[in-house]
Design a protein around this ligand. Sequence first.
Ligand SMILES: [Zn+2]
Length: 141
Amino acid sequence: MTETHYPGHCHCGAVGFDYATARAPEEWSVRACQCRFCRMHDALSTSDPAGRLAFAHAEPDQLQRYRFALKTADFLLCGRCGVYVGAMIDVGGASYGIINTHALDAAPPDMASVGAISYDDEDIDGRVSRRAQRWTPVVPA
Ligand SMILES: [Zn+2]
């Protein structure tokens, strides 16, 4: 299948990504993580283990990395406009990421409906291995 590219940016355009997936939007896994950070941002996450994700920032100086809780992943925010665009984790020399679908330049109108998910019961090993399996491989911009 051919990949479609879905670019996304923060509100002011300083930080962003290019998400590439062959999965049709109605088959995306769209997750409303119930952790406090994601609820405060009203974030919706998606990823595709068979896709590719490149974080590319027009103004790299504005990129803010935020770690919390188990501190296994970097949550990427714009230092100017404050928008949360996605997160990435390094596992065994590879990187995997998710995007916040609210940061897509144009969200597909037929995007799958949202599932609410809580990961509170995970330990560090469980969290890291889940992300390595389900998140999108991160490639250079
Ligand atoms: Zn911004």
